[in-house]
Write a protein that binds this ligand. Structure first.
Ligand code: ZN
Length: 667
């Protein structure tokens, strides 16, 4: 094998080409994996096996997002690879772009807006192109004809009234029946789901499992039951492959605790027992000494409108030792932060435990972390485990590096920031303050505060995620402006916090609207949270002119006139949001989210979209993974793991679809 193009050292940041692809509203980037070459052979091998386990789950999220997703993806991939007529036509180009969007969304819905994509190729071209290729390449089930396949997929792709939304959060409708995802069988109502799970819950259980987390709820002959995701259950063929690599990983674990973590996860994948998942989560959160770590499983519940069913994801990583020093300062002062927060004493944790903070370098992204990926992780999600054992918080600095590097000098700040003062502040400090806000959000924000005894952790229902994100963001914002940040060595000068305050408010009041289609409201919970915070402090600070929206040459700008008062307002809102969470005040959660977080100022929206359009930037970004290969000597012993960065977006997805596509087309 020729390894000439593979690198023994991390490529220099200045020579690295972060941009990979550009289509629709998406830009695809690549990320570096600094210092991978400095790991021991055993650590590299461990990462290699965990990476493989990550990729083997590639199909799962597609099926969770919509039951037709794998069929749509496989059909279009077959057309893309086998179509022999003219590929230079607009129809073919548009079909290709649609396929790229499918890969980005892990299905027929946009990864962020959750709306179904509108194809720009015609139904007749779809029919003609599918019919033109060898049926052997199509995902036909037994006795199925090409015409059957086309008839089934036409409405899925082209009819805007079928599955219009992946996860519906709209108030006042049946959220289960109006969501396009595949966590519940057809013809199951929200009321049925709620009754099913409330019957399961024991209100006296102090250590409840995460009911419904790893299953699809279905109805047969009028009876509801769960189809569990496990090695001999739903998604079993992918889970078996994941387990196979996990077993290899266990043989090269860094220590016995880590081996135990891996083996307990294997156990969970084999049995599907949620108590075992909790055991795994506890072992995982306690294992902080290992350099290599991973997430692999049914993890986040944002995709379920009722917040129970978890989407599959994986992320493998190792500790960034240099940057971790910053978060160690935060975590070693966790109790001080909790004690001095503006929250009412009864809602605070008496003792903040186990806030383990670290900065990591991602090696691979998969499932719900791919191609779009979070920049921080805080797990586990189970409230009682967090309460008793704390949580693990990480910032993924090689991902934020890619974002920052790709954004330098793209004209955005010139267009939207009020003056050179804000722009210079951003240049000097934004990279640092952005990372610091993420650290505070993940290490302290999510772990702070407590529920009053007897309050159901699901009491805020569909508003729960937005309130939780607001809580974490506000905790970070409040402390960002604390003079102690300089003393603690977290900020070089107090001037720096203005970079984060300004960009947060500008984003929440204005520029995040670039991600919303004209005429739509805000659905996604992180975005709702950001507008909620920005528009609440704007309104409450109006009398003192804390924040101003000022026009210049017909363009609207955000000005912050009083940073100190802004910080006080962040503190007031934090106290109220924590009260809502601690007491499970559903009505207050609904009011604050609906009044401040959802509705869009349509005139400003149009203006922002027009200004943004002129910049010709992509509002969303995704990633391709590096490629890892085992190097072996003549007797088959592993001698090294190499990493290369040159695979493009299309080749990567087509390769994954061949190598890691483990599920049947329908599950
Ligand atoms: Zn968060």
């Amino acid at each position: 094998m020729n390894h000439d193009n593979q690198l023994n050292t991390t490529p220099n940041i200045k020579d690295f080409n972060f941009a990979v692809d550009r289509f629709a509203d998406i830009e695809i980037l690549r990320f570096r994996v600094p210092d991978f070459e400095k790991l021991s052979l055993k650590q590299k091998e461990l990462i290699y096996y965990l990476n493989q386990a990550a990729l083997e789950g590639y199909d799962i999220l597609y099926d969770q997002n919509n039951k037709h997703n794998l069929c749509v993806r496989r059909t279009l991939e077959a057309v893309y690879e086998n179509y022999v007529s003219d590929r230079k036509t607009a129809e073919f180009e548009n079909l290709f772009t649609y396929l790229k969007r499918i890969w980005m969304g892990n299905g027929i819905h946009h990864h962020y807006s959750e709306d179904k994509f509108v194809p720009e190729f015609s139904e007749s071209f779809f029919k003609e192109s599918v019919k033109s290729i060898d049926p052997a390449n199509l995902p036909l089930s037994e006795n199925e004809t090409i015409d059957d396949l086309i008839v089934r997929l036409l409405p899925v792709i082209f009819d805007p009234t079928i599955y219009p939304k992946k996860t519906n959060q709209e108030d006042g409708v049946d959220l289960i029946r109006t969501s396009g995802n595949n966590f519940y069988g057809d013809d199951i109502s929200q009321a049925e789901v709620e009754t099913f799970y409330s019957n399961m819950k024991n209100p006296d259980d102090k250590k409840p499992v995460s009911y419904g987390l790893n299953s699809k709820l279905v109805k047969e002959s009028g009876v509801l039951f769960e189809k569990t995701y496990k090695i001999d259950g739903l998604y079993g063929s992918a889970i078996a492959k994941i387990v196979g690599w996990m077993e290899k990983a266990a043989t090269v674990a860094e220590n016995d605790n880590q081996k135990d973590v891996i083996n307990t996860l294997i156990d969970f994948y084999k049995t599907g027992i949620l108590r075992t998942y909790d055991e795994y989560s506890i072992k995982w959160v306690k294992n902080v000494s290992s350099l290599v770590d991973f997430v692999n499983g049914f993890t986040e519940t944002y995709g379920d409108p009722l917040g129970m069913k978890a989407s599959w994801e994986s992320l493998v990583n190792f500790k960034n030792l240099e940057a971790t020093k910053r978060t160690e300062i935060i975590s070693s002062n966790a109790q001080w932060f909790e004690d001095h927060s503006p929250v009412e004493p009864g809602f605070k944790k008496e003792e903040v435990k186990g806030v383990s903070a670290k900065v990591i370098t991602a090696t691979i992204l998969s499932g719900d972390c791919y191609p779009a990926t979070p920049i921080g992780i805080n797990l586990p999600n189970s409230n009682w485990i967090r309460h008793e054992y704390g949580s693990k918080s990480v910032t993924i600095e090689n991902i934020t590096e890619a974002y920052d590097q790709a954004s330098l000098g793209n004209g955005f700040n010139d267009e939207f920031m009020w003056s050179e003062v804000e722009r210079q502040c951003a240049k000097d400090f934004a990279s640092l303050t952005n990372n610091l806000h993420t650290d505070l959000h993940e290490c302290l924000g999510h772990g702070s505060g407590k529920l009053l005894p007897g309050v159901d952790s699901d009491a805020l229902k569909a508003y729960g995620s937005t309130i939780e994100e607001a809580r974490a963001d506000l905790f970070g914002l409040y402390y960002m402006g604390d003079p102690n940040m300089v003393e603690l060595g977290l900020l070089p000068t107090m001037e720096a916090h203005k970079a984060e305050y300004y960009s947060f408010i500008m984003n929440g009041l204005m520029t995040q609207l670039t991600r919303i289609q004209p005429g739509k409201n805000i659905e996604e919970s992180h975005m709702r949270n950001r507008q909620l915070i920005a528009s609440w402090v704007y309104e409450k600070g109006k009398a003192d002119n804390v924040i101003e929206m000022r026009k210049r040459n017909n363009s609207t700008f955000v000005l912050i006139n009083d940073y100190e008062k802004l910080r006080i307002l962040f503190g007031k809102l934090l106290a109220e949001i924590q009260r809502i969470k601690s007491t499970g005040d559903f009505d207050a959660a609904k009011n604050v989210v609906e009044n401040y977080g959802v509705k869009v100022n349509s005139k400003l929206h149009v203006e922002v979209l027009e200004r943004y359009k002129k910049l010709n930037l992509a509002p969303y970004r995704g990633f391709v993974n590096p490629v890892y290969e085992l190097e072996k000597d003549s007797s088959g012993n592993i001698t090294d793991v190499t990493i290369s960065y040159d695979e493009n977006y299309v080749d990567q997805h087509l390769r994954y679809a061949k190598k890691y596509s483990n599920l049947p087309t329908y599950n």
